[in-house]
Design a protein around this ligand. Structure first.
Ligand code: ADP
Ligand code: ADP
Ligand code: MG
Length: 653
């Protein structure tokens, strides 16, 4: 076994890899950017090397610098994690040329699966069913339109170099094909430097079911399937293993096809064969088709670990160190069921806009595995993926594992950023999902129901106000000065676009009466001394934290109240509505507005790329564009003014 490895990654996956490596007695070297000097993955390592600036191109994508760091620190092997350099064959070659071991497949295997068209051709040869369609070299628009017509609508256009759902367009009718093709090609060129596409039959009632494979360079085994059908815009949200409703014969057929695929390319290490499956009426042996292979450890690998008892990172290290596969196919078994939910810093109500912030408070309950790359007090920076954690649960049955997931989400506390926690909870409460009726369209169909946010009740306003004024301390002695003398006080809180004044009467060290404007008085009482908490009508109040001017009450997904400072309120708001600002730092991809143009509320004025995604910036109201302050290609800071509309009074004149 290696004595020292370097992990060429950050965040949760770097922490995850470090955990298994150190448990095996392997010394771990971390690398970090300027933005990550104090990050969790640095603390999780035995030694850390600074490799450059915050932008990935200046650090985590600098292969030569990372290899030098490995050589300097005495590492014998490099684990790439996922993302960044994990599927880059030139990096693999450079690692090997430096005399180091790449913990993953060979450069040749990665190349064979790197482009979707070549991979499909190869899989067809190996006898693996592929999605019907056209994956040849001819890229002329009319030719492709003719192929689409032959395949039969609806069809999917995919970038051959694609990933993360980019450069992909669903086309329902022939009339829409030309436009969809042009936009897919230009997105593919922008994102991957390669405009080539393929055309596929769009499978209706699609389910995404993938098979975990593990190879030693010649032979491979599979570790069963994961169902990743709960997706939003082709990105996975909740994954599970095994797939609900999977007949044993179909499982065997898919597993064998996946093993054939891996052996066809002499695969070494952990990989995933993704299949698209027709779920229209049950799963069938002739109803699954190869989509692509991911030649790395996958984000959702923990659900496979929990049902098989295998530590996939340990296997990666062992196989890379030249040991045989730890278990043969017969020895692998499914035990129970597992779910993973991806917790992100993102504003669900604003179209899942990625968010940044300092997580002043972060806590996970017992009864789940939380794989995270941040701790309480850490920042979600704008430079990387805004994932906070993966919450993973296991149980002897699907129902129990899902009930444990609901409990785990309910017990998760995040303050300091908006998150998708409420959305994840709503998904886990979805009846169809609970019944195992999953398909990739579920989230989009029921989006309105899933993104509805829980409303704060009077009791929450009351609790937040009492917390803001410092009267909910754990003990009277620590609750502060004179507040528990009979006295009156009031505070203005803002929550979900509403402001309310809450009047507070402190009736003693153990009793507070809080009355939100327009609501009824709420009586908060401390029960039992000294450790017991505050209650309202016999119900214990949820946990809360105060961070700066914000109080977060952990009811449901967490309710954040801001204490409104009356002075600040007067100053802001004057010029609001005229200026379209960058909601986060990013790259301006396109500007659609020109000075003098009349726009309507909701019109797309610019496109900003940040945190792996593109965000449309919309006009907040009807008006006339006064000035365009940026051009496509510009890198902007959060809050930068991008476009100004004419004052409404200017317009009237
Ligand atoms: P997976 O297919 O393993 O579920 P995703 O679909 O979530 O992965 O992510 C798509 C790609 O985005 C991954 O291949 C990975 O390259 C990249 N990615 C995801 N999260 C991160 C991250 N935290 N840092 C860097 N790259 C990431
Ligand atoms: P990426 O490289 O972006 O992950 P994939 O080819 O894996 O691209 O497809 C991403 C997602 O798009 C799949 O998980 C599935 O939801 C959907 N999808 C892909 N191909 C098809 C298809 N032929 N029919 C229906 N849905 C598809
Ligand atoms: Mg995919």
């Amino acid at each position: 076994m290696f004595k020292t490895i370097l992990i060429a990654n950050r965040g949760e996956i770097a922490c995850r890899v470090a955990r298994s490596a150190r448990a095996m007695g392997v010394r771990v070297v971390a690398v970090y950017s300027d933005a990550d000097a104090g990050a969790a993955h640095v603390a999780a390592a035995d030694h850390a090397v600074h490799i450059g600036g915050a932008a990935p191109a200046d650090s985590y994508l600098r292969g030569e610098r990372i290899i030098a760091a490995a050589l300097e620190s005495g590492a014998e092997a490099i684990h790439p994690g996922y993302g960044f350099l994990s599927e880059n064959p030139e990096f693999v070659e450079a690692v090997e040329a430096a005399g180091l071991v790449f913990i993953g497949p060979s450069a040749a295997a990665i190349r064979k699966m790197g482009l979707k068209d070549a991979a499909k051709a190869l899989m067809q040869e190996a006898g693996v069913p592929v999605v019907p369609g056209y994956h040849g070299a001819e890229q002329e628009a009319e030719f492709l339109a003719a192929r689409a017509a032959e395949i039969g609508y609806p069809v999917l256009i995919k970038a051959v170099a694609g990933g993360g759902g980019k450069g992909m367009r669903l086309v329902a009718r022939g009339q829409e094909f030309a436009d969809a093709l042009a936009s897919a090609q230009s997105e593919a060129l922008g994102a991957f430097g390669n405009p080539a596409v393929l055309i596929e039959k769009y499978i209706e009632h699609p389910r995404h079911i993938e098979v975990q494979v593990f190879g030693d360079g010649q032979r491979a085994v599979h570790l069963f399937e994961r169902d990743c059908s709960l997706q939003r815009r082709h990105q996975k949200v909740i994954e599970e293993a095994p797939a609900p409703g999977m007949p044993e014969a179909v499982r065997q057929a898919m597993g064998q096809a996946a093993v054939r695929a891996a052996e066809a390319i002499g695969y070494a290490g952990a990989g995933t064969i993704e299949f698209i499956v027709d779920g229209a009426d049950g799963l069938r042996e002739d109803g699954f088709w190869f989509m692509e292979m991911n030649t790395r450890l996958q984000v959702e690998h923990p659900v496979t670990e929990l049902i098989t008892g295998v530590d996939l990172v340990e296997w990666q290290l062992r196989v890379a160190a030249g040991q045989p596969l730890p278990l043969g196919q017969e020895a692998l078994q499914i035990n129970g069921h597992a779910f993973e939910a991806r917790l992100y810093a993102e504003d669900v109500a604003k179209g899942f806009l990625p968010a940044t912030g300092t997580l002043g408070h972060l806590a996970f309950p017992d009864g789940c595995r939380a794989d995270s790359g941040v701790r309480s007090g850490d920042a979600i920076s704008p430079f990387y993926d805004p994932m906070i954690a993966k919450i993973i649960t296991h149980g002897p049955s699907r129902d129990i594992a899902l009930a444990r997931m609901r409990a785990a989400l309910a017990g998760t506390q995040v303050a300091g950023s908006v998150t998708n926690l409420g959305f994840l909870s709503a998904l886990c409460a979805h009846e169809g999902f609970a019944a195992g009726q999953v398909d990739t369209g579920l989230i989009a169909r029921d989006q309105a129901q899933l993104v509805a946010t829980a409303e704060a009740q009077d009791v929450d306003w009351a609790q937040a106000a009492a917390a803001a004024l410092g009267v909910l301390g754990p003990l009277p002695e620590t609750a502060g000065f004179h507040l528990w003398q009979p006295m009156e006080h009031s505070v203005v809180l803002a929550h979900a676009g509403h402001e309310r004044r809450v009047a507070l009467q402190v009736l003693g060290a153990d009793r507070v009466l809080a009355t939100p404007d327009g609501g009824a008085a709420v009586c908060l009482q401390r029960r039992g001394a000294p450790a017991a908490g505050w209650q309202v009508a016999g119900a214990v109040l949820p946990h809360w934290v105060r961070l700066g001017a914000d109080v977060t009450v952990f009811r449901g997904a967490g309710l954040c109240f801001a204490v409104v400072d009356p002075l600040q309120r007067a100053a802001s708001g004057a010029a609001a509505g005229n200026v379209i600002e960058a909601p986060m730092p990013g790259l301006v991809r396109a500007v659609f507005a020109t000075p003098g143009q009349r726009v309507a509320a909701g019109d797309r004025l610019a496109l900003l790329e940040a945190m792996k995604m593109e965000h449309a910036l919309l006009a907040a109201r009807d008006g006339i564009v006064a000035e365009v302050l940026v051009a496509a290609g510009a890198q902007v800071e959060a809050g930068a003014a991008l476009i100004r509309l004419e004052d409404e009074t200017e317009e009237a004149a």
